[in-house]
Design a protein around this ligand. Structure first.
Ligand code: HEC
Ligand code: HEC
Length: 248
C-alpha cells in the first residue's frame, strides 16, 4: 500500500517521535533516580513513574492547549460546530468526535486537512470549506478550553486494550500508544499538540478512525505513523483498544 519513499519517510518520522519521547522519559528518570544509567537502554514501555500525567486543568496548561486562538472570541464562531459536536464539545452521536479538551492546534490542523482533501469526509469536508483560518484558531481554542472529555470508566478495565495501550508489543515492534498519546490518553504535554487527546472519546469514532488508518482511507498523520501502528494490529485488538481508550 505504501511506496518505498513513503515507507522510509514514515520510519524516519517514527524513529524521531519515539526517540524524542524516549529521551524525554530518560531525562525524567535520571532526575528522579541519580544512579548510573543501565548499560542496556530501557525498552520504551511506559510507566506512570517515567511519564508525567498530562495537565489539562491549570490555567497555564489550558492557555497552551488552546493554541494561538482566542477562546472567548471563539464562542460565537463555534455556533456552526456546536450543532453536531455539542454545546460543550461533547457530542451525543457516537460517530461525531468529542472536541472538548482537544488541542486547539490539532482541531485547526484537522479542519485544514479536510479543506485540502488530505482527510476526507463528506460532511466535514463541506463544513470545513466554509471556515476561515482566523475563525479556526479561535474555535480551536474555544473547544480546547472546555472541560476535558471523559469516559465512563467501565471499559477502562479492558485488559487486552490496556496492555497494548500501555506497553505495546515489542515482539511486533509495536510502540505503546501511551508513548505518544500519554498514559491517560489526554496527550503528552500542554504545548505538544501533535498527539491528539484520545481518552474519553467515543468508542465507535475511535474504532472507525483506527480502521480508516489501517485501510489507508486516512493517512494524514505525520509520516503515516498511525498507518504503520495499526497495520500490526488485528480486528480484536483494535476493538479492545477503542474500548479501553473510550473509558479513560
Ligand atoms: C453536520 C455535522 C457537523 C458539523 C456542523 C461540524 N462537524 Fe466536525 N465532524 C463531524 C463528523 C461526522 C466528524 C467525523 C468525520 C470523520 O470521520 O473523519 C467530524 C470531525 C471533526 C474533527 C476531527 C476531530 C478529531 O478528533 O480528529 C474536527 C476537528 C471537527 N470535526 C471540527 C469541526 C468544527 C471546527 C466545526 C465547525 C466549524 C465542525 N466540526 C462542524 C460532523 C460535523
Ligand atoms: C509515534 C507516535 C504515535 C504512536 C505510538 C501512536 N500514535 Fe496515534 N496518533 C499519532 C499522531 C501524530 C496522530 C495525529 C494524526 C493527525 O495529525 O491527523 C495520531 C492520531 C490517532 C488517532 C486519531 C484521533 C482522532 O481524534 O481522530 C487515534 C484513534 C490514534 N492515534 C490511536 C492510537 C492507538 C490506539 C495507538 C497505539 C496502538 C497509537 N495511536 C499510537 C501518533 C502516535
Amino acid at each position: 500500500m505504501f511506496h518505498l519513499k513513503t515507507k522510509i519517510a514514515a520510519s524516519l518520522a517514527l524513529a524521531f517521535l519515539v526517540t524524542s519521547s524516549a529521551t524525554f522519559a530518560a531525562s525524567k528518570a535520571k532526575q528522579a533516580n541519580p544512579q548510573p544509567a543501565p548499560a542496556v537502554p530501557a525498552a520504551p514501555a511506559v510507566t506512570t513513574a517515567s511519564t508525567p500525567v498530562a495537565d489539562y486543568t491549570s490555567a497555564a496548561a489550558l492557555k497552551l492547549r488552546g493554541g494561538k486562538g482566542d477562546a472567548v472570541a471563539g464562542a460565537d464562531k463555534a455556533a456552526l460546530c456546536q450543532g453536531c459536536h455539542g454545546e460543550e464539545g461533547i457530542s451525543t452521536e457516537p460517530l461525531i468526535p468529542k472536541l472538548a479538551g482537544q488541542y486547539g492546534n490539532y482541531i485547526a490542523k484537522q479542519v485544514r486537512n479536510y479543506q485540502a482533501g488530505i482527510r476526507t469526509h463528506q460532511i466535514m469536508g463541506a463544513v470545513a470549506a466554509s471556515v476561515t483560518e482566523d475563525e479556526l484558531a479561535d474555535i480551536g481554542a474555544f473547544f480546547a478550553n472546555k472541560p476535558m472529555m471523559k469516559g465512563s470508566g467501565s471499559s477502562a478495565n479492558n485488559q487486552l486494550g490496556k496492555d497494548l495501550f500501555m506497553n505495546g508489543d515489542m515482539s511486533r515492534m509495536l510502540v505503546a500508544c501511551a508513548q505518544c498519546h500519554g498514559v491517560t490518553g489526554k496527550g503528552k504535554t500542554p504545548e505538544n499538540s501533535a498527539f491528539p487527546v484520545l481518552g474519553g472519546q467515543h468508542k465507535d469514532y475511535l474504532l472507525g478512525q483506527l480502521i480508516n488508518f489501517r485501510l489507508g482511507d486516512r493517512s494524514n498523520s505525520p509520516g503515516g505513523v498511525m498507518n504503520i501502528m495499526v497495520q500490526r494490529l488485528n480486528d480484536t485488538e483494535l476493538e479492545a483498544l477503542a474500548d479501553y481508550i473510550s473509558g479513560l
